[in-house]
Design a protein around this ligand. Structure first.
Ligand SMILES: Cc1cc2nc3c(=O)[nH]c(=O)nc-3n(C[C@H](O)[C@H](O)[C@H](O)COP(=O)(O)OP(=O)(O)OC[C@H]3O[C@@H](n4cnc5c(N)ncnc54)[C@H](O)[C@@H]3O)c2cc1C
Length: 389
């Protein structure tokens, strides 16, 4: 035991990807003495592989976007299995996180009027992904690392030691969490360079070790994704939740074997790429769940229109945000007695020009075949109550 180096901290963060670095920065900013541990080199976390961008309802490219639409897209994409509170926090706070990254020095691509650019992505109603070409993760890590160094430099000036409050332990692998009774008490690991054992003593340990994708033979994930954090937590007595949810990228390289599994960025579909099976068929139309069918394109022509002329083809949320009203001629006051024969009807918001189709109101369009407003049932929106967006 005398050979084990003991290191006392307020907070120990295991993992130096986007999640771990941001958590460590916050802990340090809150005045906690913090350790960041990474089993790979500092700056080499899986996060550098993220390509397409980071989703945040900034509304820079389409001003209709807002956190509520992002929340709805997230819940819809999660097939209503998401933890609603987590989805809400994500939708509400991601815009601030992007602006914070920019404040710390991230150089995002810009729109023609100088705002942070946002691109289309699968499952997002509006262009929403802030990005840096297709190397967004690299820029995120560079920026967060720079913020860590900035805080260390401030400590060097004020406390005479850059590592006094925030220290990085790179190429250090944690193999066990420590407990004192029921409470977490630290983490144990080894330094790869010299094999030395280290024991981090801390009342708070944050697990930010990434995913489990490397459990699969063909994967777009890095070698680091061996689910270490899950194993550490499980062995320490934690309950693992939602383990059946593993993200598989829908597009990846298959040939030659040396590149099998490497991601073909998801933004190829956001930018109009299509998926075909071996028969050349655009098969995704067969897999739209019924509950979402009214919100997706039904034909290849319509789907292509979403890219060539999105303003006039996409099924806007505003189209389904109908307002409820009563037809005055059929309403009598309660005081007047008699049967109450009020007829409720749904009317579309101004500017929304729905077209009639078998399932009801389908989309906003500039088509001259506008749907005359009905003042009496049956109304197709009745069967599908309007979503609040
Ligand atoms: C090819 C690809 C492209 C992607 N593109 C996007 C995208 O465009 N947009 C998007 O939002 N998401 C994207 N993702 C997903 C995204 O990259 C990840 O969800 C995200 O980077 C996870 O960040 P993290 O901080 O949780 O984990 P990571 O970045 O993997 O960090 C994990 C850290 O934990 C450390 N670690 C692990 N085990 C131990 C241990 N035992 N001891 C010490 N340290 C340990 C690692 O060294 C690493 O520093 C993509 C994923 C892939 C594979």
């Amino acid at each position: 035991m005398s050979e084990i180096k003991r290191l006392p901290y307020d907070v120990v963060v295991i993992g130096a990807g986007g999640a771990g670095l941001r958590a460590a920065i916050e802990a340090r900013q809150q005045g906690k003495k913090t350790a960041i541990i990474s089993k790979s080199l500092f700056g080499k976390a899986h996060t550098v592989m993220a390509e397409g961008g980071a989703a945040a309802a900034l509304g820079n490219v389409n001003p209709r976007d807002r956190w509520q639409v992002h929340f709805r897209d997230t819940i819809r994409g999660g097939k209503f299995l998401n933890d609603p509170r987590m989805a809400e926090l994500h939708a509400k706070e991601s815009a601030d996180r992007i602006l914070e990254l920019e404040y710390w020095g991230a150089l995002f691509d810009r729109t023609s009027d100088g705002k942070i650019s946002q691109r289309n992505f699968g499952g997002h109603e509006y262009p929403r992904l802030a990005h840096v070409g297709d190397r967004t993760g690299l820029e995120m890590i560079r920026t967060l690392q720079q913020r860590v160094v900035q805080l260390q430099q401030a400590d060097a000036v004020e406390l005479g030691d850059p590592d006094a409050m925030l220290k990085v332990y790179a190429e250090t692998t944690v193999t066990e969490l420590l407990k004192d009774g029921d409470r977490i008490a630290g983490a144990f690991g080894y330094i790869r360079e010299n094999g030395a054992f280290v024991l981090f003593e801390a009342p708070a340990v944050i697990l930010a070790t990434g995913g489990v994708g490397k459990s699969f033979k063909v994967t777009s994930n890095s070698w680091e994704y061996t689910g270490d954090g899950h194993a550490l937590a499980l062995r320490a007595g934690a309950t693992l939740l939602n383990m059946e949810f593993v993200q598989f990228h829908p597009t990846g390289m298959v040939w030659p074997p040396s590149v099998k599994g490497i991601l073909v960025t998801e933004s190829v579909r956001g930018d109009g790429g299509v998926l075909r099976n071996s028969e050349g068929e655009r098969f995704m139309f067969n897999y739209v769940p019924d509950v979402f069918r009214s919100q997706y394109a039904e034909t290849e022509e319509e789907a292509d229109g979403w890219y060539t002329d999105p303003e006039n083809h996409r099924r806007r949320p505003s189209c389904s945000r109908a307002t409820r009203s009563r037809a005055p001629s059929t309403t009598r006051s309660r005081k007047g007695g008699g049967p109450r024969t009020a007829v409720s009807t749904w009317t579309s918001p101004p500017g929304c020009r729905p077209v009639r189709s078998p399932g009801g109101c389908r989309r906003c369009t500039t088509s001259s075949r506008s749907w005359p407003m009905s003042t009496s049932p049956p109304n197709p929106w009745r069967s599908a109550p309007p979503a609040t967006t």
